[in-house]
Ligand binder design. Structure first.
Ligand code: SF4
Ligand code: SF4
Length: 100
């Protein structure tokens, strides 16, 4: 389907075509965004102090925590933005090309 946007500035509310429909709520977890990654965060447990700064900053809730300690990275949903590696004060996360 293609839309004709030539007159978009004059569209009224009801003139906008339907873009997408979300048939049920809370489905984000089912959508594995890890396939978007070009770089992958590698966690070095030996350097980690479990300060949770990476958990605070991760936009995809991909820092896995149990009993207030980080234990892994959720690669099904991590998009590889690198914020965790940038913010970690202990250099406990490196970014590597996804092919490795
Ligand atoms: S920011 Fe670094 S030190 Fe803190 S929990 Fe994350 S990996 Fe560990
Ligand atoms: S690379 Fe980005 S999405 Fe992945 S764990 Fe780090 S902050 Fe979260």
């Amino acid at each position: 389907m293609s839309w004709d946007f030539k007159d978009i500035k004059n569209w009224k509310t009801g003139d906008h075509p339907i873009g997408s429909i979300i048939p049920e709520p809370a489905t984000a977890e089912q959508y594995r965004t890890g396939g978007w990654r070009s770089e992958k965060p590698i966690w070095h447990e030996d350097k980690c102090t479990h300060c949770m700064i990476c958990w605070t900053f991760c936009p995809d809730s991909s820092i896995m925590v149990d009993d207030q300690k980080m234990y892994d990275i959720d690669y099904d949903h991590c998009k590889g933005c690198g914020i965790c590696a940038t913010e970690c004060p202990k250099d406990a996360i490196d970014m590597e090309p996804e092919e490795k």
